[in-house]
Design a protein around this ligand. Structure first.
Ligand SMILES: O=C(O)CCC(=O)C(=O)O
Ligand SMILES: [Fe+2]
Length: 748
């Protein structure tokens, strides 16, 4: 009788099995895709997650990602979600593991994945009928036939011999593998995760083999552009195998100047162009660089045949108003001919990077330069005594009141027909947002508020009065600052008023208040959120040292309320523990619309105006990135609201910076100071900024054709009896008053 063979595989068998399994895994990759923009977080009983903002293109291998997710259950596979290299599908063995991974990891930085903030949704299974249909757009053979201003195509820009030399040159260089194509970067690396260039890392001069092309470009006919656009310093070489295309996109506005040149080599392709109707392109052009997936009914499409050796120039309208893309086809129809794509097409895309000196995300060296310049140029300005909500400047007497608290709130007053013109749409979405610094109890000491009635400073009376104000305001969103006792008091009480909340506490140990956004789930569904910590502006290695120093200075600070350490040290100066929070909400009725709401509290001290400015810049850079992510992931144009206590008055550097993206170029301060997103203050564009106490708090919104403020919360006149003297008082439980606005969103 034969022996029963052992079932335990040998080591070599194990290795082979593993290899076979990975092969099988690759071959049978399930067709899971990202959920459609209208399906919210996807199918919540799915075992598959769609994870954005991580992948090989940002240096995170599928194995590393799988290891992090396997902490929540058995991971059956990690697959690219698309060709971007920054989105993956995680396939769990069961839906419970998927759900708990989503709940634990989504919307917060993941320390084991380079601190990237993951955006996770349940994935959906793609049905076979949804596979790509080859839509036909008539293909033009010449650039001028397309009739797109700023687009030029020059055939035979290089000779066949030069083409071979260029291909040979890049083939000696290492390729970076993306999901479906390979790339090389010269000058600066283009980072697919952020859709930006890493200006910290100059890779060097452009290689000598492109010099003849650069020379020839300078002789390009029709060139009448700003010479800055033509000092090309970035080259991306793309290699597409047959059938592989490129998704619709507009090259990143904030990363690249106007003129973009693309040389086709080795094989032809069809490049398609699409844009929204003329009335909307201005709006999208001001946003950062999103992949646009518009409603096809309002979109014009054109197609151009790019023969090998031709050079394409996209500039002006062609560069900013039209998305360009290469359909993923193996066969293209050009006029009446059927053209098979060659096994390989290589393109050289040449661009000029934009250099932002004051971008706080740039190199620390530049930050310090900015820092010193600002210090030299900007003298601290005292807050005028009329702005009484700045605690440090409160010196005037008020009458004492001892009666029980009787909170008062203003009414929403219509501003339709005010500066913003359009007529109200009957089927628009309307919602209200209130911003309110509720004054953390930790700051409420009678020594700091000597003129307020002592009874109204007590936590119990004040907290209940605040709740009563919030209840009376009946708004859809609250952006609250200086929220302490979030878990023990506000969250629960707001829940019983029908609100859900998200919260970020200040960093550091000393001050325990933070920023909260409360929203009505009946109005808006929370999709994803991100934390903003302004201590990110610090040079990380040095934080340790400053922390050590902290203990010694603690006592001194407590007495003065100020930081007695060396404020010339940027590490000390920038470490203010201030925070913000931003979130994307989906409003479902009467139609789907995504709204991004950000809430923050910037540093208070007028003497540290440069620090506040650095915080404001960091805030807008994060908001712009978040907006790009949301537009891209949810295929939408979100509206953008930013509220908070900015501790700045109109005309301050912070205020001027925040609205600089909206002003006409002639009005902007200096070119490098322009904010990456257009923002304007809702009070300013309607009734004017309030004359009174709240001139530190603002609600900004990003103007577009489809959002307009329809009412604002009235503020009392300075002489109104309920505000005469000092806040807090019996009618106002904080030293700030709530500000608010109602917005109307019309269908895009
Ligand atoms: O391959 C091409 O010709 C276009 C490449 C492109 O659009 C890009 O790199 O942004
Ligand atoms: Fe492009």
């Amino acid at each position: 009788m034969g022996r029963v063979l052992s079932k335990t595989p040998s080591r070599s068998e194990e290795v082979r099995n593993h290899k076979e399994q990975s092969l099988v895994r690759k071959m049978v990759q399930p067709r899971f895709v990202r959920p459609s923009p209208s399906s919210g977080t996807g199918e919540s009983n799915s075992s598959n997650l769609y994870v954005a903002n991580c992948g090989p293109a940002v240096g995170l291998s599928h194995d590393a990602i799988g290891a992090v997710f396997s902490a929540f259950g058995e991971v059956k596979g990690v697959y690219p979600a698309d060709e971007s290299g920054v989105r993956v599908i995680i396939s769990f063995a069961d839906p419970f593991s998927a759900k708990s991974a989503l709940e634990s990891l989504s919307g917060r930085p993941c320390p084991d994945l380079d601190g990237r903030t993951l955006h996770i949704r349940h994935s959906v299974l793609q049905l076979p009928s949804q596979t790509l249909v080859n839509e036909c757009v008539p293909v033009s053979l010449s650039g001028s036939d397309l009739n797109i201003p700023g687009l030029f195509l020059l055939p035979d820009f290089v000779t066949a011999e030069e083409e071979q030399q260029l291909l040979a040159a890049v083939d000696t260089q290492p390729w970076i593998g993306l999901a479906k194509r390979r790339v090389q970067h010269y000058g600066y690396e283009f980072c697919y995760g952020t859709r930006n260039v890493d200006t910290k890392n100059r890779l060097g001069e452009l290689p000598p083999f492109v010099s003849p092309i650069l020379q020839r470009i300078s002789l390009f006919p029709n060139l009448d552009y700003d010479p800055a656009s033509l000092k090309l310093d970035q080259l991306t070489v793309n290699e597409y195998p047959s059938g592989v295309g490129l998704s619709p996109h507009i090259d990143t506005h904030s990363a690249f100047e106007d003129c973009i040149f693309s040389l086709s080599l080795a094989g032809p392709c069809i490049m398609e162009f699409r844009r929204y109707s003329a009335s909307t392109w201005k709006v999208t052009s001001t946003s950062t660089d999103e992949e646009e997936k518009p409603d096809t009914s309002t979109c014009i499409k054109k197609a151009l045949y790019l023969p090998p050796r031709s050079m394409l120039l996209l500039s002006g309208e062609a560069r900013y108003a039209w998305n360009h893309y290469i359909p993923h086809h193996k066969i293209d129809k050009v006029k009446d001919k059927v053209i098979r794509r060659s096994p390989r097409r290589v393109s050289f895309t040449l661009r000029k990077t934009v250099y932002f000196i004051l971008n706080p995300l740039e190199s620390k060296a530049k930050q310090k330069l900015m820092f010193n310049n600002t210090l030299l140029l900007h003298l601290p300005r005292p807050i005028p005594p009329s702005f009484t909500s700045c605690r440090a400047s409160r010196k005037i007497l008020s009458k004492r009141m001892t009666t029980a608290m009787d909170p008062k709130v203003g009414k929403f007053e219509s501003v339709e027909g005010a500066d913003l013109n359009s007529i109200s749409k009957p089927d628009g979405i309307r919602f209200r947002l209130v911003s309110y610094n509720i004054l953390a109890q930790v700051y409420v000491k009678s020594s700091l508020f000597p003129h307020s009635p002592p009874a109204c400073l007590k936590w119990k009376a004040r907290s209940h009065a605040i709740l009563s104000v919030l209840k009376k305001l009946q708004t859809d969103f609250f952006c609250l600052q200086e929220v302490d006792e979030y878990d023990s008091f506000y969250r629960k009480n707001m829940e019983s008023l029908g609100y859900s909340g998200i919260y970020i506490q200040r960093t550091g140990q000393r001050k325990r208040d933070g920023c909260a956004i409360f929203f009505k789930p009946s109005c808006a569904e929370l999709v994803t959120k991100e934390r903003i910590e302004y201590n990110d502006l610090l040079d990380e290695q040095k934080i340790e040292t400053s922390n050590e120093a902290k203990g010694d200075e603690k006592e001194a600070k407590e007495h003065s309320g100020k930081d007695s350490r060396d404020l010339n040290d940027p590490q000390v100066r920038l470490k203010r523990d201030c925070v913000g929070i931003m979130a994307a909400f989906r409003i479902n009725k009467p139609f789907h619309h995504m709204v991004i709401v950000a809430n923050t509290h910037l540093y208070w001290d007028p003497e540290l105006a440069d620090v506040k400015l650095a915080q404001a810049k960091y805030l807008l850079s994060r908001l712009a990135q978040f907006k790009t992510l949301i537009s891209d992931e949810f295929e939408c144009t979100p509206s953008l609201l930013l509220a908070g206590d900015f501790n700045s008055i109109p005309g301050d550097m912070v205020y001027s910076y925040l609205v600089s993206g909206y002003k006409k170029p002639a009005e902007t301060i200096e070119e490098e100071e322009v904010a990456p997103i257009p923002m304007c203050s809702v009070y300013e564009v309607t009734r004017g900024e309030p004359k009174f106490t709240n001139t530190l708090d603002y609600i900004f919104f990003s103007p577009s054709d489809f959002i307009k403020p329809v009412s604002i919360l009235q503020l009392p006149e300075p002489e109104s009896p309920d505000v005469v003297g000092f806040l807090p008082n019996d009618h106002h439980p904080s030293d700030h008053l709530p500000i608010g606005a109602e917005f109307e969103i019309s269908r895009e």
